[in-house]
Design a binder for this molecule. Structure first.
Ligand code: UT7
Length: 323
């Protein structure tokens, strides 16, 4: 049996940090409201010379360095984003060219905040079928470019950034013992389109559009959907919640992280939280948080790590990996 295992992680953030106090000068909000309702204290916002592709490339380079491998051995790049540099071609092809590993497979995946989970599952499947031997899976976003900066209900919530992992096809060891992606579940429900969407696009308005969200309703769905999908992955893999070493969730709101961990009976100490520093970076948030917790020494080789996310569509998913 062939599986895929993680060789390295990397991330990249724009240079500029924007605090809640900075935002309160632009819209009617306060540090107190944002911290209490979301846990966010600051976010990184891309400068004009920083794009989804440049951030993705920097994260990919960091992941390759961490894995100790050369870009030339990468045969597959799957990049999750809702904010591509151009409508086409795929931002993944720009990253491929910047890394100098042209010739393999490269494409984007659009599943918004759960994009990284969708991209990871896609790369895992392609590696298992022998389509490539090594893959870069990237989540990268410049959500600041699709925010309505006069809408306080959305503009305070998001940030920019990128995270990447290197995967390699490898013989799967005894189930659950060796490193690898052990189980993944993905879902979508197109009936919930109007709760979280962008009000523009090439085929409708010929504009880029802005993020629109009915936050309270999204919150309610998020806790239910995430709890359900996490339970599905636990059931599929035969792992109990107590066996999980770390949960690396999509970083939308500290209260969603707390509520989901509580429902599963997982201690909050095992949940990686970066929403305070990065805010919601959509598809980038899971690989960014994974990289932070690996680099600061919390997530170690052999750990059982649950990744999970939910976003516009709705789309949602979870994946259990042994590092
Ligand atoms: O990444 C994809 C998934 N996204 C999510 O998971 C986001 C899920 N939703 C949330 O995180 C939360 O619903 C929010 C953080 C978006 C909002 O928190 P909430 O506790 O649900 O607040 P609310 O929307 O019910 O708004 C409460 C009040 C409202 O005022 P009224 O109607 O009670 O007078 C809002 O107008 O807070 C007001 N408000 C603000 N006040 C100060 C909304 N945004 C702000 C703001 N500053 N930035």
């Amino acid at each position: 049996m062939i599986g895929s295992r993680l060789l390295g992680t990397g991330s990249a953030l724009p240079r500029r940090v924007v605090t809640n106090a900075d935002l309160s000068e632009r819209v009617e909000t306060s540090d107190e409201w944002i911290v209490e309702r979301t846990g966010i204290r600051q976010r990184h916002i891309a400068e004009p010379d920083e794009t989804t592709a440049t951030l993705a490339t920097a994260a990919a380079r960091a992941a390759l360095a961490d894995a100790g491998i050369d870009a030339s051995s990468i045969g597959l790049i799957v990049l999750a984003t809702a904010t591509p540099d151009n409508t086409f071609p795929a931002t993944a092809t720009k990253v491929q060219n910047a890394l100098g590993c042209n010739g393999g497979i490269a494409f984007d995946v659009a599943a918004v905040c759960s994009g990284f989970l969708y991209a990871l599952a896609t790369a895992d499947s392609l590696l298992r079928t022998g389509m490539a031997k090594r893959a870069l899976v990237i989540g990268a976003e410049t959500f600041s470019r699709i925010l309505d900066w006069d809408d306080r209900t959305t503009c305070v919530l998001f940030g920019d950034g990128a995270g990447a992992v290197v995967l390699e096809a490898a013989p799967a060891d005894a189930p659950m013992d060796g490193p690898g992606i052990l189980g993944t579940r993905l879902h979508a429900d197109g009936a919930q389109h109007d709760l979280l969407y962008v009000d523009g696009g090439p085929s409708t308005t010929q504009t880029t559009g802005h993020v629109r969200m009915r936050g309270r309703e999204v919150f309610r769905h998020a806790v239910v959907n995430l709890t359900n999908v996490l339970n599905e992955v636990l059931e599929e893999t035969g792992v109990s919640a107590e066996q999980i070493d770390w949960v690396v969730p999509h970083q939308a709101n500290a209260r969603i992280l707390d509520a989901t961990a509580k429902k599963l009976g997982i201690s909050p100490d095992k949940v990686v939280v970066t929403v305070d520093r990065h805010a919601n970076t959509s598809a980038a948030s899971v690989p960014l948080a994974l990289d932070v917790a690996r680099k600061d020494g919390r997530i170690k080789s052999g750990d059982l790590v649950m990744l999970e996310a939910m976003g516009g569509g709705f789309t949602w998913g979870a994946s259990l990996i042994r590092i």
